[in-house]
Design a protein around this ligand. Structure first.
Ligand SMILES: Nc1ncnc2c1ncn2[C@@H]1O[C@H](COP(=O)(O)OP(=O)(O)O)[C@@H](O)[C@H]1O
Ligand SMILES: [Mg+2]
Length: 154
């Protein structure tokens, strides 16, 4: 898989301090050019903007349903004309075994767009082929986040 085809040139191998509107615009464009099967991991602290980014990626990908945080279910599945979309939030994952019960192996094998918050909770169960994204707070500007994307992992 070539990441160049799915990572907008704006942030390929780069980092960027973005406002919420800019993050949404970036996510929308990312969703527009995404093609399944694709796994995207989104790391970052609470409130960094992971769910905000997921929502805009889903919009760009063609999901019309409301995209909400899968806090208790850990996984939500959405339909889009292009493929299914899975949104996982692993913040409350208790242990790696719980991934199995969640249907993890089946989900990551789907021809789908798969968006994963708190990917570090899944340890080495994250497939090697994925696009890693990270969002970080900026201590001197509460309205912006540092967005890293497009680095190749695997
Ligand atoms: N530049 C920004 N990018 C993303 N979110 C921002 C930004 N500035 C402020 N915010 C706010 O931060 C919060 C991010 O929440 P959310 O996307 O749920 O974060 P997470 O899923 O990482 O916990 C939202 O309330 C959003 O309005
Ligand atoms: Mg979230």
């Amino acid at each position: 898989m070539t990441h160049d085809s799915v990572v907008p040139a704006l942030a390929a191998h780069g980092k960027l301090a973005v406002t919420e509107d800019e993050l949404r615009e970036w996510g929308w464009r990312f969703g527009r050019v995404s093609r399944a099967p694709l796994i995207v991991t989104i790391a970052g602290d609470l409130g960094a903007g992971k769910t905000t980014l997921v929502q805009s990626i889903c919009r760009g990908y063609g999901v019309t349903e409301d995209v909400t945080s899968p806090t208790f279910a850990l996984v939500h599945r959405y339909a889009s004309p292009r493929s299914a979309v899975f949104h996982l939030d692993l913040y409350r994952l208790r242990d790696i075994e719980e991934l199995t019960n969640l249907g993890w192996d089946e989900i990551v094998a789907e021809e789908a767009l798969i968006l994963i918050e708190w990917p570090e909770r899944a340890g080495n169960r994250i497939p090697k082929e994925h696009v890693p994204i990270s969002l970080q707070h900026l201590s001197d500007d509460p309205s912006r986040r540092v967005l890293y994307a497009g680095g190749h992992v695997g």
